[in-house]
Ligand binder design. Structure first.
Ligand SMILES: *Cc1c(COP(=O)(O)O)cnc(C)c1O
Length: 341
């Protein structure tokens, strides 16, 4: 199988499995797991934040950030196709007791003036604005890199209004490698950051959230409340260290593969690549080839290629570390077959 459904399908390689086997562990709820502590130190340093916390998933990291930053009855501003809004089962409303206010972005980026206009004033009828969330890269916008200047402008709006900024940076390292901007630069315009170790970076489990020491000590308590206080979890942190130390620069390969795949798909009659492929995600509109997205996915699966429907008429392809350059050719040959067939 050539699996292009997501970059979450990566599997720990031999080196990661060996590191898991050999990991020194302790009880992380007591703060005594040296491997977790090392991962958190490395992550905080890479992001230029005071402290960091290993959490079970990106969703848990985003939820903890919302819980730390907000009080029930507040409102959180984010882009209208944000992962937190679309794909986290309304967790922020269910757990943090906040409502979400969405703003339509351009290629995943919100207009800072619209963010400012959305900030609530003093009014007994209205919720207070408790948080602004930015997503980079933006998944639904096809792995788009939200420009640093945009993040800076939104951060300034938020600071002017005394509102914290959280970055859902599930794929922040893809944004960094594609733009040449360090993750530290991006993180400068945030109060908290979440990134996934378990996507393109290739670790089997986990995310990091980072921020000030105060933020992380509250986050640690929320993680415990949510049942995320794990014990000898160094076995899962060990591959995370390898992910950060060795798998960042290779994201470039995923991006190059994605560009080649996108060029090939665009050249097939009936298919339109709808995103500007900057990282590892390709969105393809198939409405001109007279096939439903389900049929497209099923037929490709018959050729041992996995993809996913991503909204009406759209198929998402995501390159990842299991995809080799030669396989891009195989994928294109088989897509041609089913589109013509
Ligand atoms: C995958 C993803 C998440 C959630 O990560 P999980 O580890 O799957 O919970 C959050 N935000 C974005 C943008 C994502 O792509």
């Amino acid at each position: 199988m050539i699996d292009l459904r997501s970059d979450t399908v990566t599997k720990p390689d031999e080196k990661m499995r060996k590191a898991m086997y050999e990991a020194e562990v302790g009880d992380d709820v007591y703060g005594e797991d040296p491997t977790v502590n090392k991962l958190e130190e490395i992550a905080a340093a890479v992001l230029g934040k005071e402290d960091a916390l290993f959490v079970t998933s990106g969703t848990q990291g985003n939820q903890i950030a919302g819980l730390v930053h907000c009080r029930p009855g507040q409102e959180v501003i984010m882009e209208s196709q944000a992962h937190i809004f679309l794909y986290e089962a309304a967790a922020l409303s269910a757990f943090a007791g906040v409502q979400i206010k969405t703003i339509d972005g351009n290629n995943g980026a919100m207009n800072p003036a619209e963010v400012e206009a959305a900030v609530r004033g003093e009014d007994i009828h209205q919720p207070e604005t408790g948080l602004v969330c930015i997503e980079n890269t933006h998944n639904k916008a096809g792995g788009a890199v939200v420009p640093l200047e945009n993040m800076e402008a939104i951060y300034q709006v938020a600071k002017r209004n005394g509102i914290p900024v959280h970055l859902d940076g599930a794929r922040l390292f893809n944004a960094s490698v594609a733009s040449g901007t360090s993750v530290k630069e991006f993180a400068k315009y945030t109060d908290s950051v979440q990134f996934c170790l378990s996507k393109g970076l290739g670790a089997p489990v986990g995310s990091i959230i980072a921020g000030s020491s105060d933020f992380i000590s509250s986050a640690r308590k929320w993680r415990k409340r949510l049942g995320g206080g794990l014990r000898q979890v160094g076995v899962l942190a060990a591959p995370g260290i390898i992910a950060l130390e060795e798998n960042v620069m290779r994201l470039e390969i995923d991006h190059t593969n994605a560009k080649h795949l996108a060029e090939g798909l665009q050249a097939i009659e009936g298919l339109t690549v709808t995103n500007n492929v900057a990282t590892n995600i390709i969105l393809v509109d198939i409405s001109d080839c007279g096939m439903s997205t389900d049929a497209f996915v099923q037929q490709l699966k018959g050729h041992h290629i996995l993809t996913g429907a991503f909204g009406p008429n759209t198929i998402r392809f995501v390159t990842n570390n299991r995809i080799r350059e030669e396989e891009i050719h195989t994928v294109l040959e088989n897509v041609k077959k089913i589109v013509k067939g």
